[in-house]
Design a binder for this molecule. Structure first.
Ligand code: FAD
Length: 473
């Protein structure tokens, strides 16, 4: 046990990783101190990430869905936007959740210390707050300091240049928005601003939007936004941004670079970098790599055996649910339970359409020569998708040709993010396509596309023409 003023478990950072670790450790009987530099708990995810962005994306979905009904005989007219109330809605969602965390910390007797922490040595952390400093001894520590937005060098210092945090403030109508970066965060915020009336241009440095995701899953999204946005350009680089009175003049480079244009706002969403190099980790014997990530083993242990790291700071994928899962593992290992990270991590882009994937991707299967077959179901065959006027989806299963075991899945389409949960469970349970094919999916539902894809693989599909091969059973 640590001394009176110390902690059995000190958690540095209160994002989804940190608060989960702190609560689990407290529930397992540990004396826990949670150190957070900001006054509100919840980290990036709750305050300036997942939660506020999804509140705004819900608003975007309502607006776009209403607009899309016009050709079908239901016209609402253009929305009247009150940005202060819209912000109020988003902020109220955040406050509900962050306030709930503070309450839960109190109920679990987790001591919350506000201030910036740095390791003094292998068993002490110094916290600098408003004018004072406190050193907290600890037996074990869990580093959960997360990540921050990467800045694009060479840009003028101008408030019209936004990052994801300032973009979530939605402080008024934007006429012309440039989004630099066609990854998940950039494309989600592009969807918000487009729905709120902006002419949105997206530029991505690499040849594909959402690099790393199978191209067939990205295509329906690309098709839809290309038809709606002012421009979507891949393999294009921002060359120069000049601050002018009438906006930000941007020059582009690349074979298919558009002509220079003036934008009212430029949102930089080119990725995130870890905060691992800012906490004096070396003083505690914790190895940090050149990028600022902290390498860990399956038990979330760093190079110092009594210090753990979880969440964004220990490498991609930078996702809240992965951070939470890792937080539980670290707390359980410290409490002597037999825990290790051995789970598939689903990913979702809450774009329109949503893109979701889990397990093996086709791109990786091909690159690594992993034996696989795929079953594809375009959503045009699904009654629910047609009734929602959203046949632009695709459900894809990858499975082992010999055993039929599911290896991975990807879905693009409305609410794909909800559908991926079934396939995540299927992967966790080691299901094969027959298990999925014999599972009755409710009709009519988008989830039927999962059932049909599995039946296609299994050889028992009736909603689509069967493949010309022998059924597996
Ligand atoms: P963080 O949430 O980054 O929290 C780290 C905490 O540590 C912060 O509160 C920070 O203040 C604190 N801290 C850092 N250094 C110190 C220090 N020295 N002393 C004290 N405190 C410190 N992920 C999803 O899974 N789904 C989504 O829909 C999603 N949407 C996103 C949308 C946006 C706009 C952004 C930016 C991110 C989104 N993410 C999403 C990613 C998600 O937010 C992160 O993966 C997640 O927050 C990581 O959790 P974490 O606990 O590792 O760290």
């Amino acid at each position: 046990m640590a001394d009176e003023a110390g902690a059995d478990v000190l958690v540095l950072g209160s994002g989804p990783g940190g608060y989960t670790a702190a609560f689990r450790a407290a529930d397992l009987g540990k004396r826990v101190v949670l150190v957070e530099r900001y006054a509100t708990l919840g980290g990036v995810c709750l305050n300036v990430g997942c939660i506020p962005s999804k509140a705004l994306l819900h608003v975007a979905d309502v607006i776009e869905s209403a607009r899309d009904m016009a050709p079908h005989g239901v016209e609402f007219g253009e929305p009247k936007l009150d940005f202060a109330r819209l912000r109020g809605f988003k902020d109220s969602v955040v406050t509900k959740l962050t306030g709930g965390l503070a309450q839960m910390a109190k109920q679990r007797k987790v001591e919350v210390v506000t201030g910036t922490g740095r390791f003094a040595d292998a068993h002490r952390l110094t916290v600098s707050g408003a004018g004072d400093e406190r050193t907290i001894p600890f037996e074990h520590a869990i580093i959960a300091v997360g990540s921050r937005a990467t800045k694009l060098p060479g840009l003028p210092d101008d408030p019209r240049i936004l990052d994801s945090t300032s973009a979530l403030e939605v402080d008024g109508a934007v006429r012309r928005l440039l989004v630099v970066g066609g990854g998940i965060i950039g494309l989600e915020l592009a969807a918000v601003y487009h729905a709120l009336g902006a002419a949105v241009t997206v530029v991505e440095l690499l040849p594909q939007l959402m690099t790393g995701v199978d191209a067939d899953l990205v295509r329906p999204l690309e098709r839809r936004i290309k038809a709606r946005y002012a421009g979507v350009h891949t393999a294009v680089r921002v060359e120069k941004v000049e601050a002018q009175a009438d906006g930000l003049r941007v020059q582009f480079a690349g074979e298919k670079a558009p002509a220079p244009q003036v934008f009212d706002r430029v949102l930089v969403a080119i990725g995130r970098q870890p905060n691992g190099a800012q906490i004096g980790a070396e003083k505690a014997g914790v190895q940090v790599d050149a990028k600022g990530f902290i390498p860990v083993d399956a038990a979330q242990r760093t190079s110092a055996q009594h210090i753990f790291a979880i969440g964004d700071v220990c490498g991609p994928p930078l996702l809240a649910h992965r951070a939470m899962h890792q937080g539980k593992i670290a707390a359980e290992v410290i409490a002597g339970l037999p825990a290790a990270f051995d789970a598939v991590v689903p990913s979702i882009a809450y774009t329109d359409p949503e893109v979701a994937w889990v397990g093996l991707s086709e791109e990786r299967a091909k690159a690594e020569g992993i034996a696989h077959e795929k079953a594809l179901v375009p959503w045009g065959v699904d009654g629910r998708a047609l009734g929602m006027d959203r046949p632009d989806g695709l459900t894809k299963l990858l499975y082992d040709p010999a055993s039929g075991r599911l290896l991975g899945a990807g879905i693009v389409g409305a609410r794909a993010g909800e559908l991926i949960a079934e396939l995540t469970l299927a992967l966790e349970l080691g299901a094969d396509v027959e298990d999925l094919a014999l599972t009755i999916h409710p009709h009519p539902s988008l989830s039927e596309t999962v059932g049909i894809a599995a039946q296609l693989a299994h050889g028992s599909a009736t909603d689509v023409l069967p493949r010309k091969k022998k059924p597996t059973a």
